[in-house]
Design a protein around this ligand. Structure first.
Ligand code: KG4
Ligand code: ZN
Length: 357
């Protein structure tokens, strides 16, 4: 007998194929029973980035197997599940359709409720699974496709405070890596190369620092790295390490400055924030994690940082978001369509920014 809820989650919006089973006990606390993730990095590395057609095909080839593996690991059958959740966007549409259709098919065949999950909402709710954080909290979402600061007030109740006007932070890490000759995906490589580097050798810009609205801009920073790299070429290992360290130091300063701006905006909010939470692949970066810890120690705000594996794309976050929606009565129909763009805060959608949800 079990008193809680158990949900299968499927993720296929980018280059990770993932399936997971998550359970909430009768007190509502979450537990990951299985979390199977298959990265497609090897398939895309030769192209220096994710190729949508290759991604969609790779999802088709491995998703069934991953779902079976997750169910085996969780020691449960489809009959033991309370609901099926799948990411329905935003993301690469071919891949999204693979996961979404698979989720719907399982739900239909097993006569289970189906939940279409917003991938960004799943990142946003992860700290509730890992740390049991209560609403409201401030979310810093930094990934390959998104850089946003969001006030998370409840399930489906999100207010986007700021967003990037050009590149996402992960994209900037990846592009900087590429122009320095580091392999894809660049984020972890830049972090690694930065370890022995001098963070003050190059005085890179801190785009948007000091601005009132907590928006981001990273393309100027990336260009500054390119210009400097061209100026001092050919690059030695020390040059690459110093460029990475100086780039990362600029990114860290911008992140902290933008979080500070967001807190200022929320200073008069009716309910005080319970925490600052970080999510998305870039939130795995050690320098950013340490800087956020210092910032929270200074401001007295609790910090919730999911473990790096749950910052990157995974199925557990989709299962958990599905579970959270299901337990407040939100389910979706079989007519739910895959969405390449799906902003978290659709009412506040700013038409100036195209291409980034
Ligand atoms: O959330 P995620 O797995 O996928 C998206 O939804 O985009 O994020 C992937 C991004 C990539 O740009 C990758 O380079 C970056 O996160 N990333 C990092 C680190 N680990 C992953 N960036 C900086 N430092 C890291 N340690
Ligand atoms: Zn993501």
């Amino acid at each position: 007998m079990r008193a809680g809820l158990r949900v299968l989650g499927i993720e296929s919006t980018c280059d990770e194929t993932a399936a997971a089973v998550v359970e909430a006990d009768s007190m509502g606390r979450g537990k990951i029973l299985a979390n199977a993730v298959l990265s497609q990095i090897a398939e895309h590395a030769a192209y220096g980035g994710v190729v949508p057609e290759i991604a969609a095909r790779a999802h088709i080839e491995s998703l069934d197997r991953l779902i079976r593996r997750a169910l085996n690991e969780a020691d449960c059958s489809i009959d033991d599940l309370d609901a099926i959740a799948a990411a329905a966007g935003p993301g690469l549409i071919g891949g999204v359709m693979v996961g979404l259709t698979t989720g719907k098919a399982i739900a239909l065949a097993a006569n289970k409720p189906f939940i279409a999950v917003n991938h960004l909402e799943a990142h946003a709710l992860t700290p509730r699974l890992t740390d049991g954080i209560d609403f409201p909290y401030l979310l810093l979402l930094v990934s390959g496709g998104h850089s946003q600061l969001v006030a998370v007030n409840g399930i489906g109740d999100y207010r986007r405070l700021g967003s990037t006007v050009d590149d996402a932070l992960g994209e900037a890490f990846d592009k900087a890596a590429k122009l320095l000759g580091l392999p894809y995906p660049g984020g972890p490589r830049v972090e690694q190369a930065a370890i022995g580097g001098d963070p003050i050798r190059f005085d890179f810009p801190r785009p948007m620092a000091g601005r009132k609205n907590p928006d981001f801009s990273f393309s100027g920073l990336k260009t500054a790295v390119r210009l400097e790299a061209e100026r001092i070429a050919p690059l030695t290992n020390t040059d690459v390490a110093d460029l990475c360290a100086s780039f990362q130091a600029a990114a860290v300063d911008v992140i902290v400055d933008r979080c500070r701006a967001a807190l200022r905006l929320l200073a008069d909010a009716p309910q005080p924030l319970n925490a600052l939470v970080a999510a998305g692949g870039v939130a795995a970066n050690g320098a950013i994690r340490r800087a956020l810890a210092r910032f929270c120690a200074e401001t007295g705000l609790k910090l919730a940082l999911p473990p790096p594996g749950l910052c990157a794309d995974n199925g557990a976050m989709i299962a958990w978001a599905g579970l959270e929606r299901f337990r407040v009565g939100l389910v979706d129909g079989m007519d739910f369509v895959a969405r390449p763009r799906w902003p978290l805060d659709s009412q506040n959608e700013d038409s100036r920014w195209h291409g980034k949800a």
